[in-house]
Design a protein around this ligand. Structure first.
Ligand SMILES: [Fe+2]
Ligand SMILES: [Fe+2]
Length: 226
């Protein structure tokens, strides 16, 4: 995966301009569907950069509220497909629901570190309303594109968490003790720190990335209507 340099400090120690989204993804877009997915994610990541800049923990909280939606929508529609055609789901429903649950845990863990402001809570509600309906419709029209969107979203998430990890390791964000819910969820050592939490999150996001790109490439699972 190619990652661009995200920030450079000026002599005064402030960060003059931050671009955290990626220019290239590990999965090169092939065809119109992938192009739509890549463009959607690239635009969304640009908006997130603009809104949050280096406030990574707040960025994580808001984005995890979105990240926890696709697995539940995909799981529901795959469940209905399995019922409709009386056909085995090949493990997709469980994988998608597990992804949604995992993303929800990310949200609960990071919201314990960075308490979302009232404005962020309103933003979460507005974004959820639009994103849920748009993703639902997208999945009905093209499950392949929907999974590719998530695959690219996950690549952005990995990139973003890696940058957050770097800032914590460099001492620009305090490496606080890991919250108890993170220690319990990932079975981390009792003396785990924020860096351990971020590393565990990155491993989860890598798993989501690989699963969703693989699902997008699967011609059977992505066929919703036959
Ligand atoms: Fe996540
Ligand atoms: Fe994820």
């Amino acid at each position: 995966m190619t990652e661009q340099n995200t920030s450079e400090e000026n002599p005064q120690g402030t960060i003059p301009h931050i671009i955290t989204h990626q220019e290239k993804y590990s999965k090169h877009p092939k065809g119109f569907s992938d192009f739509v997915a890549k463009s959607t994610v690239h635009l969304s990541a640009g908006i997130a950069d603009f809104l949050f800049q280096e406030r990574y923990c707040h960025r994580a909280v808001v984005l995890e509220t979105i990240a926890a939606v696709p697995g539940m929508v995909g799981g529901l529609l795959q469940h209905l497909k399995s019922l409709r055609f009386v056909r085995d789901d090949r493990g997709w429903i469980h994988a998608l629901l597990a992804e949604a649950e995992n993303e929800r845990m990310h949200l609960l863990i990071y919201s314990g570190i960075a308490k979302p402001s009232t404005l962020e809570r309103v933003l979460i509600m507005v974004v959820q309303f639009f994103f849920y309906h748009m993703y639902f419709l997208l999945y009905l029209v093209s499950a392949k594109t929907a999974h590719r969107v998530v695959g690219y979203f996950e690549e952005e998430a990995i990139h973003s968490y890696k940058h957050y990890l770097q800032l914590v390791e460099e001492g620009k964000h305090e490496n606080i003790p890991a919250p108890l819910n993170a220690i319990t969820y990932w079975e981390l050592p009792q003396d785990a720190r924020l860096t351990d939490v971020i590393k565990a999150t990155i491993r989860d996001e890598m798993h989501h990335r690989d699963t969703n790109h693989a699902f997008a490439d699967d011609p059977i699972g992505t066929k919703l209507w036959s």
